[in-house]
Design a protein around this ligand. Structure first.
Ligand SMILES: Cc1cc2nc3c(=O)[nH]c(=O)nc-3n(C[C@H](O)[C@H](O)[C@H](O)COP(=O)(O)OP(=O)(O)OC[C@H]3O[C@@H](n4cnc5c(N)ncnc54)[C@H](O)[C@@H]3O)c2cc1C
Length: 399
């Protein structure tokens, strides 16, 4: 291990991986420290949904930025993340949801997003496999789509190695060392210290634990999230199913290998790491999907998995300096979390974190309210939660 770096990034998921690459692109000598192997956390297990139809201006901007990044990959990195802009419908089932959806579309359009409200007949033209009469219309963004999460891991791993990021797998972050006063001196790892004046802390579902090792309280938790893929069917070709998010039920789908991939989070889930499948809940969601997408009824499953997804109490990202209870903001320490949206926001969060680590500001989006300072000592956020999010638990297990 090289004993010095201009910047150290902790965590080799999509946020840490792309952040390391952005810092390297800026000319820094970068060490990327990963406890296991690159992508071993949430990033290789995601469903890959990539949506700019967010419920806040932050979510829309981060989604737009990330989609532009994915589309630019053939030129910028040479290895793409498998992004397919397939179009995404968010149907409404009550008049209150119609009103909220229309207001969201107006906000998103002001931010330049290509999105519109479709009545049920227009939605049926886009997604003929959906049950007619099953909804009251919905917002639709043709540029939303999906990435292939394992391919995204390959993309950032290749870009990092090819462009000279010093990648340290099987190397655990242990803590930070400060020089005399508040100046960051080194990052302590299981393979020895790395002298540096900058560190970016990521960790996905383990970010709170990473933070604790740095003396920083991070209001982020983890909870079970489940994904399954159906057998193929001629009725489920991608142009007939596209992508759909039943926000109220916390369930979504997209095309996958001639069938559909669908994912879900249970709002009643007890927070904490969980990799085992909750079959009764999965079957409940499958019944709901069959109501909306009748061609899936009776289809077998090709695979299903559960993994721990990270969340923040307001479903918004964390981007800002590390804050120590006694010393306040720690110079040289940046914390980054995509709040369970690392496929749709990951590259943007990574780039914003790299910008903050380098110059303290970013033009990716306005991050002035996204730091740790928005959380009180109980982990509660001063910001209203993003309404377009899976129903993760609202409180962290580990504030
Ligand atoms: C089943 C599932 C489906 C999902 N679907 C979607 C989706 O459709 N769309 C979407 O936008 N998002 C989705 N997500 C969320 C998305 O996967 C995450 O937001 C994203 O992967 C987080 O990236 P990350 O780099 O912050 O964390 P991770 O990918 O978890 O990476 C963090 C890394 O830090 C490492 N680490 C932890 N502690 C230490 C330490 N002490 N020292 C060194 N390394 C350490 C871990 O080993 C890990 O590799 C899904 C998540 C899950 C689990």
């Amino acid at each position: 291990m090289s004993g010095t770096a201009d910047a150290v990034v902790v965590g080799g998921g999509t946020v840490g991986g792309w952040c390391a690459w952005f810092l390297r692109q800026a000319g820094l000598r970068v060490a990327l420290v990963e406890r296991e192997i690159l992508g071993k956390g949430a990033s290789s297990r995601a469903a890959g949904m990539v949506r700019a139809q967010g419920g806040t201006h932050w979510a829309v901007r981060l989604g737009q930025w990330s989609q532009a990044f994915y589309l630019s990959q053939p030129e910028s990195t040479g290895v793409d993340s498998g992004f397919v802009p397939t179009g995404y419908l968010m149907p409404a089932f009550t008049q209150a949801q119609v009103a909220a959806g229309r207001a969201r579309v107006a906000m998103q359009q002001l931010l330049g997003l290509d999105v519109s409200w479709l009545d049920p007949a227009e939605a049926a033209e886009r997604i003929p496999a959906m049950a007619s009469g099953s909804h009251l219309g919905g917002s639709y963004a043709p540029g939303d789509g999906y990435v292939d999460p394992p391919r995204n891991v390959v993309a950032y791993a290749t870009a990092c190695v090819r462009d000279g990021v010093d990648v340290h797998e099987r190397t655990e972050f242990l803590g930070l060392r400060f020089d005399g006063g508040d100046r960051l001196a080194a990052v302590e790892t299981s393979c020895g210290p790395i002298a540096t004046e900058r560190v970016v802390l990521t960790g996905g579902p383990d970010l709170a634990a990473v933070g604790r090792r740095a003396g920083i309280r991070v209001s982020a938790g983890g909870a079970r999230h489940q994904v399954a893929v159906t057998e193929p069917s001629p009725a489920l070709v991608p142009e007939r199913v596209r992508m759909v998010f039943d926000l109220a039920e916390g369930m979504y789908w997209r095309p996958e290998e001639g069938g559909v991939l669908f994912g879900m989070s249970n709002p009643a889930e007890t927070p904490g790491p969980a990799r085992s499948l909750d079959w009764p809940y999965l079957d409940k969601v499958r019944s709901r999907m069959a109501e909306l997408l009748p061609a899936t009824r009776g289809l077998g499953l090709r695979r299903a998995w559960a993994a721990t997804i990270e969340y923040t109490p307001d479903h918004l990202p964390i981007l800002g300096p590390g804050v120590d209870a006694e010393r306040g903001a720690l110079a040289g320490v940046t914390v980054a979390c995509a709040a369970g949206h690392g496929m749709m926001w990951g590259p943007a969060v990574a780039r914003a974190a790299a910008d903050l680590a380098l110059q303290g500001v970013t033009d990716v989006c306005d991050v002035s309210q996204l730091g740790l300072g928005r959380f009180d000592e109980h982990g509660r956020s001063a910001l209203a939660a993003d309404p377009v999010s899976l129903p993760y638990p609202e409180r962290t297990s580990n504030p």
